[in-house]
Design a protein around this ligand. Structure first.
Ligand code: GLU
Length: 552
């Protein structure tokens, strides 16, 4: 009874009970196999790629089981809140196609029946549960000042015992309700702590869906439930929310793994069934000879905005992350090249238990495949969309030469081995610039792009001869026959055997002649199919470039 009195003094205006909330947020009416997951960021900064990684797992686990994926904003640490962070998160989710079915859709709007989905708007709910715990003697007000807590900690460290507020060090846990009421009446400030019944000599064993069986000593710390500002801690808020919102699977960063005993205890004391937990490895990167966390401060690729800026298609990033989530994705993709990646079944138990390595080179490889699978028109459309924002000059060029640009993106597209030279949209300019006189004009030929034994004057000599004899309006086979014929007159053979047997009889092979033509037209030794390039450039440009090369 006196605990109830204490609870009433702390929360005089409580009207609603845990039963009321149980009724208000009934069990979700879903199929048995359906999983309910959530992405629960704290709005303390802009989205990190690790957030997309985590949300992607949530989204796939929910959608592949016909479940629910929702977005909850965990903003109980209001000092750390950054303006615009919620909008940034929502925009990042949408940008990557991570469709949440419920939750915050902006800083002041949400969808779904289990809200509010922003913790700072759920104060009344947490209070009802804190009230209930205090009433039952399972939680209590603690009046220790930060200085007192520091002192306790210092002496524990000195004595080499576990630091914290527990057992005999938890000075306020044994205050009677009357004593506590007295202090409150005297205006002493306080926070609310859990009265932990745990004994660290016992162990809690949990089957984490990624890490496997994990075992920890039971929690005996009287953790804080409600802070001095009246808002809950993460521990308390997540327990209340995940319960009321019907979360079945808490998928979160492995930094929370060690809180498992506290959370299991908290759920039990609140009378809730604990959700299943899956702790995902932190995204790491190789730096020199060691591994470290991908850092927002040091690594541009940690920021979600980076991928848009340099132009990795969202699908590339998603597929790369799927690769990290389940290494079997790569084989699946090879077997199902044109399937939508949502058809790949993500399994938590196949995930790497330790650090997930993030590697831009691998991302680029994945992305080259993704772009290679896109039809030319889609490549054009995506590039136009990207360049409109990030490379206005290129946007102007490709849209004023749309027909040609679509053809450029179609070179070597069809067939068994489609071109794979674009990893991101920022790569396109360097690979296509030579089609545009405006860009080619300022570009200089680089002598070392020529075949090894060919100098610039020999290349000019070839082009002079070639430009006189070559016919623009022919099909590819005839074009090649002509190239061989011209080459052979100049001392280049089409026959590898002859060349190998008597290299001194030839200046080189026909491929060297083709290389000279390629360089005259594009200034690059490595391009897609030369005949097609020439056809797209058109007769006039081809002759102009030959002339320019001869006279350069
Ligand atoms: N707000 C917590 C964080 O950002 C979320 C942890 C969780 O998903 O439960 O780390």
């Amino acid at each position: 009874m006196s605990c109830e009195k204490l609870a009433k003094i702390i929360y005089p205006n409580i009207e609603k009970t845990p039963e009321y909330y149980a009724e208000k947020y009934p069990k979700r009416n879903l199929k048995e196999r359906a999983k309910v997951t959530r992405y629960a960021p704290s709005p303390t900064g802009f989205q990190h790629i690790g957030g997309i990684f985590s949300a992607l797992i949530d989204e796939r686990i929910a959608s592949q089981s016909d479940g629910v994926f929702y977005l909850r904003v965990e903003d109980t640490d209001q000092k750390r809140e950054v303006a615009g962070a919620i909008e940034d998160t929502v925009a990042a989710m949408q940008y990557f196609g991570l469709n949440f079915t419920e939750g915050m859709i902006s800083s002041d709007k949400s969808i779904g029946n289990y809200g509010p989905y922003r913790q700072s708007e759920r104060k009344e709910i947490y209070e009802a549960f804190a009230y209930d715990l205090i009433k039952k003697g399972l939680a209590y007000p603690c009046f220790c000042s930060p200085e007192e807590l520091d002192k306790i900690r210092e002496s524990q460290v000195e004595q080499k015992i576990t630091p914290g507020y527990y057992g005999e060090y938890a000075k306020c846990r044994n205050l009677s309700a009357e004593q506590a009421i007295e202090k409150i009446k005297n205006g002493e400030s306080y926070i609310i702590r859990l009265k932990s019944p745990g004994n660290p000599e016992n162990r809690v064993v949990v089957n984490d869906l990624i890490k496997g069986e994990v075992s920890f000593p039971e929690n005996n710390q009287d953790i804080v439930l409600i802070k001095g500002d009246g808002l809950p801690t993460y521990h308390f808020a997540h327990a209340v929310d995940d319960h009321l919102m019907g979360t079945t699977h808490v998928i979160r960063g492995e930094e929370w793994l060690s809180s498992i005993p506290t959370h299991i205890q908290l759920f039990k004391m609140l009378g809730f069934e604990a959700p299943k937990y899956a702790h995902i490895p932190t995204i790491m990167k190789i730096d020199g000879s060691s591994k470290r966390k991908l850092s927002k401060r040091k690594d541009p690729e940690a920021a979600v905005s980076y991928y848009n800026e340099v132009g990795y298609p969202t699908q590339s990033v998603i597929e790369y992350l799927l690769n990290i989530i389940n290494s079997g994705f790569e084989d699946w993709r090879a077997e199902n090249p044109y399937e939508d990646n949502t058809k790949f079944e993500v399994s938590l138990d196949k995930m790497s238990k330790s650090g997930a390595l993030f590697d831009l080179v691998k991302l680029s490889d994945v992305s080259k495949d993704v772009i290679a699978r896109m039809k030319a028109d889609l490549v054009y459309d995506n590039y136009a969309k990207w360049s409109k924002v990030f490379d206005k000059d290129m946007y102007e060029l490709i849209t004023t030469n749309e027909e040609m640009s679509r053809k450029i993106f179609n070179i070597d597209k069809e067939g068994a081995n489609p071109r794979k030279d674009f990893a991101k949209w920022a790569d396109v300019k360097e690979k296509v610039f030579y089609f545009f006189d405006e860009l080619f004009e300022d570009d200089k030929v680089v002598e070392n792009e020529l075949p090894k034994k060919m100098d610039l004057s020999e290349a000019k000599h070839i082009i002079e001869a070639y430009s006189k004899e070559y016919n623009f309006d022919t099909d590819k086979d005839t074009w090649f026959e002509e190239l061989k014929a011209i080459g052979s007159k100049l001392g280049y053979t089409a026959n590898r055997k002859d060349f190998k047997a008597n290299p001194e009889n030839f200046k080189g092979m026909v491929a060297d002649v083709a290389a000279a033509v390629r360089i005259a037209l594009t200034h690059r030794s490595n391009t897609p199919d030369l005949y097609t390039i020439m056809q797209i450039l058109g007769k006039e440009k081809v002759y102009n470039r030959f002339n320019r090369f001869i006279n350069e």
